[in-house]
Design a protein around this ligand. Sequence first.
Ligand SMILES: [Zn+2]
Length: 318
Amino acid sequence: MYKLSKIIIKNSALIVVLLIAFVFSIGAFYQDKLYNENKEVIAIQNKSFIDNKIYEYTSDDSADGNAQSKENINTAINRQNLVYTSYENDLYADNAKDVENMLNKWNYLREDGKKVAYLTFDDGPSTEVTQQILETLKVNNVKATFFVLGSNVEKSNIQKELLKEMVMEGHAIGNHGYCHDYSILYPGRVANPTVLVNDMKKSEDVMRSVLGDGFSTSVIRLPGGHMSWNTKALDPVLEKNGYTYIDWNTLNGDAESNDRTVEQLVNRLKGSIRDLAGNDDVLIILMHDTNAKKATAQSLQEIIDYLKSLGYEFRTLK
Ligand SMILES: [Zn+2]
């Protein structure tokens, strides 16, 4: 009798151990299943997000592959690391080359029914205006393209920090050169290729000294605009150096006077969009963020609201 009960006790212990093991393995199985299901849901969400993002001007077979890496790289983690993502890896950026081609052909129509506005700000960063522009963009979760002057970046620590903030906030950085002196860059209104390329490189070097060795940008805006000068000798040199130049097709007119009111700037932009007479799926909007352009910063919210009311989304140029 004693022997029998001993066997039962011994086996009960074994049964209990087996039961515990069974319960644990069931738990692990369901946890695993739940995890995988969650992963699948996230993957599907990501994919539809990316599918929405992929609407390049030309169809791209490798879009899905790119999309995965875009999703991985365009994360908040990069904000802390000051990583300037390339066009391929930036969810908010479009290929500036496509926009350059559009500007050269004066054709701003898209075939996908979308309307895209590229807000561009030249001549900064400045101590009194750039910060307000960055804040308005942030509140609206709108990304813009800043055509930065290397000489302004160099001026103070505040301006260096502003350049960093542009990158951390996911904006695109274009190069507006260093000296911004028409008589040096375009003597007799003819662009000097060597001087101009060296000026762009000097500006990029300044930006690199602030943003780190990994930074580079091939998107430039010529001071005064490419359209304003004889660029016959310059164009092949720009191409050889891999530059993409971006002019504009609309503006708020802040370069025309420092005394413009908010209302005047908004109306000037509305007028310049009307002037496109429906050839307006893509807007490249010229504005400035120097200290003298406080009204530009003050008008930005109204401009964003107006463009949204017309159905535009905001993207950047890289
Ligand atoms: Zn300028």
